[in-house]
Design a protein around this ligand. Structure first.
Ligand code: LLP
Length: 415
């Protein structure tokens, strides 16, 4: 276990978190290289070694040290913006290792990706297909495309992160996907490789994936019967993690990964299969380290006020998400309360009505599962600088992989 108590103080791979706080200040994100490697090794064994292409959905965490580590295991990268494209390029990903997803892409983004000759675009609507055809023609290129199909499958997760229901903004209806594949000749600068689906995020049951695989088997059979052949199927990401016990091993949380890989090979093995996981690779490899500014009672409520806020971790406010709270000191008595930050919003809370360790002023608090959708969703609201990211490497050394934003850097953006 990378994060554990040693002599009653929480450590990350042998490093006392108090030493990290002293060296780099708080709030700070701490990532365990050992845990990142464990996660990627598990996915490699289950998926890559079976012939799947695995593209890391870098929106979960776009730290370049993490991106380069994943690339060294043979992962590609799933991007959704020009910024992510530039970061992927900066980290050494070739065009052939990049796919571009997302519900809306600008001309500038399409042109950049065409110039880099990325592997494929995941296209979600007619207007996008037409724009891509026009831009590819101008660039004198043929763009690889997977059409994103909306299969109307309930992923049984939070409504804000459910994407594969027909009322969601994502994907195209099966009728439209069939239509464009049949009309492929009308798009001479597009190479239609196949179909992409992503039904949602933080999915903890195998059934929605089994449903998706079965759906795609039937759909591709019916395409074939209509004379349309495809070569690639991308099942998206969405594998969940254990937020209650963030230090649990990936295979305890998601024992079903193996069964999904097996089922997909069995039913769709004649296609080149892809997946695009984000969260499962990074969420529980990271924590957010904060310092307690003080305790306060208001209207019968107990509040622990810390120096981190929704600017560092917006998930509890946005999705009512649960993130485990730890004290740096083991064995503290429990006390019910809310953990809140200094940001001027009532919704600025990281935990509510929680039985958690008792904290005193200046104590360190550790917030679990902060490796995914934490820093990458960070903001500078209230002109709070972006927080640093520290990787604890397997040798037990700390590496500052993103420095804390300075006030000068923030101010210099304005003229
Ligand atoms: N592929 C596509 C097309 C996606 O839209 C996403 C996530 C992924 C892959 C990766 O999904 P994952 O394996 O990470 O579940 N901010 C939210 C999650 C939003 C996910 C958006 N799309 C959260 O903090 O829960």
């Amino acid at each position: 276990m990378p994060f554990k108590y040693v002599d009653k103080l929480l450590h990350c791979d042998g490093v006392n978190l108090a030493d990290i706080a002293e060296q780099y200040g708080t709030p700070a994100y701490i990532y365990s290289e050992r845990s990142l490697r464990r996660n990627v090794e598990v996915l490699k064994e289950i998926f890559i070694d079976r012939g799947f292409k695995v593209s890391y959905a870098m929106k979960a965490n776009s730290n370049p040290t993490i991106l380069k580590l994943f690339r060294s295991y043979g992962l590609g990268v799933d991007i959704v913006s020009a910024g992510e494209l530039q970061m992927a390029k900066h980290c050494g990903f070739d065009g052939a290792e990049i796919n571009f997803a997302g519900v809306g892409k600008t001309i500038e983004e399409l042109d950049l990706a065409l110039a880099l000759e990325i592997d494929h675009f995941n296209v979600e609507s007619r207007f996008e297909l037409e724009l891509l055809e026009a831009r590819a023609k101008i660039a004198g290129k043929k763009a690889g495309v997977l059409l994103r199909l909306n299969p109307d499958i309930d992923p049984q997760t939070h409504p804000h992160i459910s994407t594969g229901l027909k009322q969601n903004k994502f994907g195209m209806s099966p009728e439209n996907v069939r239509y464009f594949l049949t009309e492929a000749k009308s798009y001479p600068h597009i190479q239609f490789d196949g179909i992409h689906c992503h039904i949602g995020s933080q999915i903890l049951q195998p059934q929605p994936f089994f449903d998706l695989i079965e759906y795609l088997e039937q759909f591709t059979d019916s395409l074939k019967a209509g004379g349309v052949d495809i070569t690639h199927i991308d099942l998206g990401g969405g594998f969940g993690v254990n937020y209650e016990d963030p230090f649990e091993d990936i295979l305890e949380t998601t024992p079903f990964l193996e069964s999904i890989a097996q089922r997909a090979m069995e039913k769709l093995g004649k296609y080149q299969l892809h997946i695009q996981p984000g969260r499962v690779l990074v969420a529980n490899a990271g924590v957010l380290l904060a310092q307690v500014l003080g305790n306060k009672e208001n209207g019968g409520h107990h509040f622990v006020i810390i120096d981190a806020a929704t600017t560092e971790l917006i998930r509890p406010a946005l999705y009512d998400a649960y993130h485990a709270i730890f004290s740096h000191r083991e064995g503290r008595p429990l006390r019910m309360g809310d953990v809140v930050g200094p940001v001027c919003e009532s919704s600025d809370a990281l935990a509510k009505h929680r039985d958690m360790p008792e904290f005193e002023k200046d104590d360190l608090m550790i917030i679990g599962s902060a490796g995914a959708y934490a820093s990458s969703m960070g903001s500078t609201y209230n002109l709070r600088p972006l927080s640093p990211e520290i990787v604890v490497n397997v040798g037990g050394e700390t590496q500052l992989t993103r420095k804390r934003q300075s006030f000068d850097e923030m101010i210099s953006l304005y003229s």
